[in-house]
Design a protein around this ligand. Structure first.
Ligand SMILES: [Zn+2]
Length: 350
């Protein structure tokens, strides 16, 4: 860490319990190594949460010794669902439960509070952007990738030529709610998994903590009677499965095999849709024991059906630095916005 003379952007990652912040120089150096976390106060409502973000902003500048006048733009990410311009869903969301959050323009509010341009992405898109740039470095603006991040839900994003694909309504890259084929993934007597979004058999219904608690564990516990996880409440049991998997527990490996197959089938859809250079997997599995982590990624790859030409150029890797990926991705988005060139002249009818 330490001060710099040139202009910088700040990345702010807003989470359910804490904010994380980073500083990125315009020549692409992060000035913060680890986590700079402070409480996010999201549960206290939008006003308190915007103040908490402003404190995170001031705090990371104080820590890195960068004067406020050197900040050119701010990147912000929050959990979804929110629009591409940072308006929280009018139906509310798990993290933004207070009614005042519904339809709240968190990006605009932070921009007014800080008096600086604020660029917004949801947390999955921000982490996907970081994974892409961290992996490809100098080649990033000429490469494409898809990231699937397994958490409470299944988040992630699609990056094309170094930029997040946001979509017309800001709803691109909702990988969790893409339907996947279930034949050969489910056991013959296993019920079709359902998702909180109302779909049956989408990627999140299998590859998420919610999917484990709601669909996978209830089934696999019937196949392994007397398993210690049967004594735990479902939400807690879902979080404990990974530890069992790391120790080679048979039930846990069945659950994670199904999750890896689901991600492989999702990536097979991506292969035929945007044909990316890289497929990234993120979430808790990144922090797992190396043997388990490598087995999981290899199983995802095994179930991703690529043509020979694609297999020759495609890479499979983990989303690095799970804890800081959101803030770093948000900062990269701010830097991209800063460098953005004017839209090219129309080729037809201009
Ligand atoms: Zn869904």
């Amino acid at each position: 860490m330490g001060g710099v003379d040139g202009p910088v952007v700040v990345g702010l990652d807003n989470g359910g319990t804490s904010n994380n912040a980073t500083v990125l120089t315009v020549d692409g150096r992060f000035l913060v190594d680890g986590l700079v976390e402070i409480p996010s106060e999201v549960l206290a409502g939008p006003e308190a949460a915007i103040e908490a973000l402003a404190r995170a902003f001031d705090g990371v500048l104080a820590l890195t010794g960068v004067p406020r006048g050197q900040v050119r733009a701010v990147g912000l990410d929050t959990p979804g669902p929110a629009s591409a311009t940072g308006v929280i869903s009018s139906r509310g969301s798990t993290n933004f439960s207070q009614p005042a959050w519904r339809g709240f323009d968190v990006r605009g509010a932070l921009e007014r509070r800080l008096g600086l341009p604020v660029v917004y992405h949801n947390d999955g898109n921000a982490a996907a952007l970081y994974a892409h740039h961290a992996y490809f470095g100098g080649e990033a603006m000429r490469r494409s990738s898809v990231s699937a991040i397994v958490g409470t839900g299944l988040g992630g994003g699609v990056v094309e030529s170094g930029r997040v694909v946001a979509g017309a309504a800001g709803m691109a890259g909702e990988l969790g709610h893409v339907h996947i084929p279930l034949t050969g993934l489910l056991a013959p007597d296993q019920p079709v998994p359902t998702c909180a979004c109302g779909f049956a058999g989408d990627a999140e219904s299998v590859a998420s903590l919610t999917g484990i608690a709601r669909n996978l564990l209830p089934y696999w516990l019937t196949r392994y009677p007397g398993h210690p996880l049967a004594a735990e409440p479902p939400a807690r049991a879902a979080k404990l499965v990974r530890g069992y998997g790391e120790r080679g527990d048979a039930l846990a490996r069945e659950v994670f095999t199904q999750q890896a197959m689901a991600l492989g089938r999702l990536f097979t859809v991506a292969a035929n849709f945007t044909d990316p250079h890289a497929y990234f997997v993120g979430g808790g599995v990144v922090e797992a024991e190396p043997e388990f982590r490598d087995w999981f990624l290899a199983t995802v790859r095994e179930h991703t059906v690529l043509r020979a030409e694609q297999a020759a150029v495609a890479t499979f890797a983990l989303v690095p630095e799970r804890d800081t990926a959101g803030a770093r991705g948000a900062a990269i988005a701010a830097l991209e916005a800063l460098r953005a060139e004017p839209a090219p002249r129309p080729l037809v009818g201009g």
